[in-house]
Design a protein around this ligand. Structure first.
Ligand SMILES: [Zn+2]
Length: 262
């Protein structure tokens, strides 16, 4: 499921391939991913315009086509972007295809169709309406402490709550907690100032490193939890078997030896 680092990688990909080209047509192959916009309206409003720049907040990507026209992309479980040359065939699971003047295409690909495409007028207004918290890479240590200090409950559930901090999903939350030596079900209220600072540094490091590696899981450091996460996985630090539990409605993987409950 695309989280902040994946969406940031899509943003950079889109910016390096698809900006400033006239949109010739928009082909919707599966309207299921369209939210509050019809196939016809999406095509009509984007035709002849150009994607000028983009902005990411949490797991949402916003692409500006005009002062009051933004395309919002959310990648759901399996969404991704592909830029396809004029002589290449779009993938079978392409849901929406933006065709440019030179016949190259930007494809919104989404096998499981939990992704979302919408047209909005104003990014800030959207973020407010959704009640999204600040972006995980946009907050300072003091903001981070204030957010976690105000909320009780399992620290992992707080990291996953998009209304508190936007961008972290199940996989990177596990990695962040592993790096910070914090057990996922630790009550956030019990974390000391020092624990919070360690957790904050781990969050930044994990997200930034994943972006730098273009979220290629094969290139993640072997010292990370993610390459070992799952059944029969062993802790890369101490070699003991990893454990799992449902926390905040999601499956957490962790090492009970290296991540003590505080
Ligand atoms: Zn361990």
């Amino acid at each position: 499921m695309p989280e902040l680092p994946e969406v940031e990688t899509f943003k950079r990909y889109l910016e390096s391939t698809s900006l400033h080209q006239r949109i010739r047509s928009v082909e919707v192959r599966d309207a299921y991913v369209l939210k509050r916009v019809s196939t016809r309206e999406l095509a009509r409003r984007l035709k002849g315009r150009r994607f000028e720049n983009s902005y990411r907040h949490g797991k949402h990507l916003f692409v500006r086509a005009d002062d009051e026209l933004w395309l919002r992309l959310h990648f759901g479980m399996t969404g991704s972007l592909d830029y396809v040359n004029h002589d290449e065939v779009a993938p079978k699971t392409a849901r929406v295809v933006f065709r440019f003047a030179d016949n190259c295409r930007l494809v919104f690909d989404d096998q499981r169709k939990f992704g979302e495409i919408e047209l909005i007028k104003d990014v800030d207004e959207f973020l407010q309406t959704r009640g999204l918290g600040p972006d995980a890479l946009g907050i300072s240590l003091s903001q981070f402490k204030a957010i976690l200090g105000k909320h009780r409950g399992a620290v992992k559930a707080i990291l996953l709550n998009q209304q508190l901090i936007a961008g972290i999903g199940n996989l990177y939350a596990d990695e962040i907690l592993f790096r910070a030596h914090v057990h996922p079900s630790t009550d956030a209220a019990r974390l000391s100032d020092k624990d919070l600072a360690r957790l904050f540094r781990a969050m930044r490091h994990v997200l930034e490193k994943a972006i730098a590696l273009k979220t290629d899981f094969n290139r993640l450091p072997k010292s990370w939890l993610l390459p070992h996460r799952g059944k029969r996985g062993r802790c890369p630090r101490c070699g003991r078997a990893l454990k799992s539990a449902t926390i905040g409605g999601r499956t957490a993987w962790f090492c009970v030896h290296c991540q003590k409950r505080i």
